[in-house]
Design a protein around this ligand. Structure first.
Ligand code: MGD
Ligand code: MGD
Ligand code: SF4
Ligand code: MO
Length: 743
């Protein structure tokens, strides 16, 4: 048993409120912790170090892990409350099988036998690819790799995709096009060394609270800050320049900025000519993109565009960050490339204080997008259609090329195929599409058409309610493994406790299913470390090369940055130090990004822009945070942020219930009147299910390259809610056991 760093009395004195703050329902945790387990927060891509306090096989609290180099003990509101989910009374503890009246408990044998017979039946009748799998990147690297191999070998289906399709794929595709590698180019420690910080489409303060410290450090040293967001977020309020852009127009803004950089001779000619490919075509593409032209499109003052271009052009060091605000569009890849063009045109990359990075969203959004979770990908970020890449993986897995499925359908395309009746079965692990899928009414119809649907989760998510079989899986803190943080640091996840009662680890479930599907010989791992060691071999030679990373090294070095091709290799905190990309020609590739409209823009019928995102108090589909009383008290349900001028025009006022309508559906919410948003745009956070889901309203149109859905732009109209809608809303809150909005 590990020794405590302080006595139980000191612990309770210092952290008492946390350990006595028991979950909304269920056990009252008072025991003094017996051990502290150094691991990482299960939520966002920051992967903050945390010490979980454990007593009697229960997580009873936490302590800050002050010597973990990224967050140095700092945590956000979700991080400090995360431990309260572990033994929540809502945990699923037995397999469940659907009956005419709901679910009944079943034995593992019965549930697994049923799943296997359904897989066999569907595949025999409709072909291998009629059975599909959806996965998620709250899963560790080991589980992500295992899911990829399980789908390809045990299910032998091409149709596997993951929830990063809603999150990181536009950034990934843009990064691969420009750099030949998909990760942030620098570690966060370069941020304080930069003199201009540029944040495009990220609500950093609410979504990556522990990253803010690095930005403050840069500010303390005189850095200027530019924020591009339709809303004046907390970070935008502190910026030197806030560009309150119209949703869906970032590529036009960036084209005009590039136009200005060229006109004012701020381009690093030597860098673009020697180190980049495609400069003259790119320069030509922005010849007519004046600030006036972009100002009209983006709904911002052309002088402001000139000022930010001047700031970006004049600095010697800089760090550009972006997140889903620019990526979740039908032109997400173009938006990403247009930001990268600004970095490359000024040659500020691969050096101290000269950085670029997309901020990875989910806990393992980085590692989980590298090791074969995606419909078009094999481990090591290899391409499933590339014969050389296929050969390497076939060798590692001991199969022939004909046994390895080819490229499958991406997440939304899977749902379209389910809706069309082509895909008839699915296993869903770690994804809650009934909240997070665009156009949830369409997603529901698709789920209802399945002949068989299985969900592996530790809570009865809104999606699990549509399942035929629900298997009780495990939380991050119940298995050994690794994740890869947003700065590409591979870190160790420690098992603090074992799954409660009759729940199994996710790994055990997948291995047992593989065995029952007759593929045991491909899945003989004595422990999770053996899975990681196979992942190392599978990734070797790929761009996401983990070959030199061991669990032991990670622990000793407090994380190792990939690529790390050999044991003796130090890892790669900063990419491109040799001023070369990972493309075979070693050049950075510039791409013109001609502006095009979003899939749906406001018109006379639906005149208002609707965009969506997050609140600091909830995580994604909310399954994990809507059960924690403190977080629910802080933020019980969605609100519609609206500018006072729009409220006046619509003759509605603060707190009033309104109904938002789009061509897909409607949503009744209270209004939050705020000047911190454009007059033509409303914003709704998306963490709630069913009739509280903003995704009833969104479009499922996709970026043609990344297949990312356009969460960030839809056209809506707004009117006061009717009496029936208000009553319905109150019953929705009652069903969710929440206090209804006071209106
Ligand atoms: N509290 C909390 N933190 C989280 C998460 C969570 O659910 N809750 N989720 C994690 C995950 S998976 C992710 S992906 C990240 C997301 O992190 P972010 O991308 O930072 O968060 P979002 O709220 O999705 O969107 C960011 C901003 O984009 C703006 N925006 C909307 N449309 C546009 C546009 O067209 N252009 C520009 N420039 N901006 C636009 C919105 O106003 C919003 O402020 O957060 C991670 N961290
Ligand atoms: N309108 C709108 N919609 C959006 C977005 C937006 O900005 N606007 N953002 C999109 C983004 S960026 C994202 S990332 C997606 C996320 O969308 P989802 O993937 O649906 O979100 P999660 O809440 O992470 O769902 C994970 C589910 O798996 C479970 N789970 C978590 N960890 C584990 C685990 O280790 N094992 C098992 N077995 N289960 C686990 C949770 O209980 C939960 O039910 O939402 C997208 N949807
Ligand atoms: S910033 Fe992200 S990783 Fe850190 S404590 Fe908050 S949710 Fe967890
Ligand atoms: Mo995400």
């Amino acid at each position: 048993m590990a020794r405590l760093t302080m006595t139980p009395e000191e612990y309770i004195q210092k952290y008492g409120p946390h350990i006595s703050d028991s979950p909304a329902t269920g056990w009252d945790a008072k025991p003094a912790p017996e051990k502290l387990v150094k691991t990482h927060c299960c939520f966002c891509g920051m992967q903050c170090g945390i010490k979980l306090a454990v007593a009697a096989n229960k997580v009873v609290g936490f302590e800050p892990w002050e010597d973990f180099p990224f967050n140095e003990g700092r945590l956000c509101p979700k991080g400090v409350k995360r431990y309260m989910q572990t033994h929540h009374s809502d945990r699923l503890t037995d397999p469940l099988i659907r009956t005419g009246k709901g679910f009944r408990k079943a034995s593992w044998d019965e549930a697994l036998d049923l799943i296997v017979s359904k897989i066999r039946g569907i595949q025999a009748q409709s072909g291998k690819n009629a059975f599909s799998m959806m996965s998620g990147v709250s899963l560790t690297n080991e589980k992500s790799y295992l899911v990829g191999k399980f789908a390809r070998i045990a299910l032998n289906t091409a149709n596997l995709d993951y929830n990063g399709r809603f999150c990181m794929v536009s950034a990934g595709a843009g990064n691969k096009k420009a750099f030949g590698i998909d990760r942030a180019a620098n570690t966060w420690s370069d941020i304080p060394k930069a003199k201009v910080i540029w944040i495009a489409g990220s609500n950093v303060s609410e979504c990556f609270p522990t990253l803010i410290h690095y930005i403050w450090k840069a500010r303390d040293q005189g850095a200027k800050l530019v924020v591009i967001d339709p809303r004046m977020t907390a970070i935008a309020r502190t910026a030197d320049y806030h560009v309150a852009i119209r949703p869906g127009t970032d590529s036009a803004l960036n084209q005009a900025i590039l136009h200005e950089l060229i006109r004012k001779e701020h381009v690093d000619r030597d860098f673009v000519e020697k180190r980049c490919g495609g400069w003259s075509e790119l320069a030509r593409s922005v010849e007519t993109c004046t600030p006036e032209w972009a100002g009209e499109i983006c709904g911002v003052n052309s002088d402001l565009i000139r000022k930010v271009a001047e700031l970006w052009g004049n600095t010697k060091t800089s760090f550009l960050l972006h997140a889903r605000g620019i990526e979740q569009h039908t032109k997400g890849v173009d938006n990403v490339l247009s930001n990268i063009n600004l970095v490359l045109a000024t040659g500020r990359i691969g050096r101290e204080g000269c950085g670029y990075g997309t901020i990875t969203g989910q806990g393992n959004g980085q590692g989980g997008r590298e090791h074969g979770h995606k419909c078009d990908q094999l481990p090591g970020n290899r391409d499933i259609e590339n014969p050389v890449h296929r050969e390497h993986i076939c060798k590692v897995w001991g199969i022939t090329d004909t046994e390895l499925p080819r490229k499958g359908k991406s997440a939304v395309e899977l749902y379209e195929a389910m809706h069309a009746g082509e895909i008839k079965g699915m296993i869903n692990i770690c994804c809650n599409p009934m909240v997070s899928h665009p156009d949830t009414n369409f997603a529901r119809e698709a789920l209802e058409k399945l002949d068989f649907f299985c969900v592996i989760d530790f809570f009865m998510s809104e999606t699990a309610r549509y399942a035929d079989v629900v298997l009780p899986g495990s939380l991050q803190e119940e298995e050994e493994g690794t994740t890869t943080s947003a700065e590409a640091r591979v870190v160790r996840i420690r098992a603090a406790v074992t799954p409660p009662e009759n729940a199994w680890t996710d790994t055990r479930i997948l291995l047992e299913l593989a065995r029952r599907l007759g593929k045991e010989s491909f899945f003989t791992y004595p422990d999770n470390e053996a899975i990681f060691n196979e992942l190392r071999v599978a990734s070797k030679g790929g761009t996401a090369d983990y070959a030199g990373i061991t669990w032991e090294r990670i622990e000793k070095e407090k994380g190792v940055f990939w690529p790390c091709p050999e044991i003796g290799h130090p890892g790669t905190p900063r990419l491109f130090e040799d001023q070369k990309s990972y493309h075979p020609d070693g050049k950075f590739h510039l791409h013109p990004t001609p502006y095009r409209l979003s899939y749906e823009t406001p018109d006379t019928e639906y005149p208002i822009y609707l965009t969506s995102g997050r609140s600091v108090f909830h995580y994604l589909s909310g399954t994990q945070t809507r059960r924690i009383k403190f977080l629910v008290d802080q933020c019980p349900g969605p609100v519609c942020e609206m500018h006072p001028a729009l409220a006046k025009k619509l003759q509605v006022s603060a707190g009033q219930l309104v109904t938002l309508e789009t061509r897909r559906g409607q949503l009744t919410v209270p209004i939050q009147v705020t000047e911190a948003i454009r007059e033509d745009t409303v914003f709704v956070p998306y963490h709630w299910p069913e009739r509280l889901a903003v995704n009833q309203l969104t479009v499922h149109a996709l970026d043609p390259i990344s297949k990312m859905p356009e969460f960030k732009v839809a056209a809506c109209r707004i009117r006061p809610a009717t009496r029936e809608e208000a009553t319905k809303l109150r019953s929705d809150y009652a069903n969710l056991k929440l206090e209804a909005p006071r209106t």
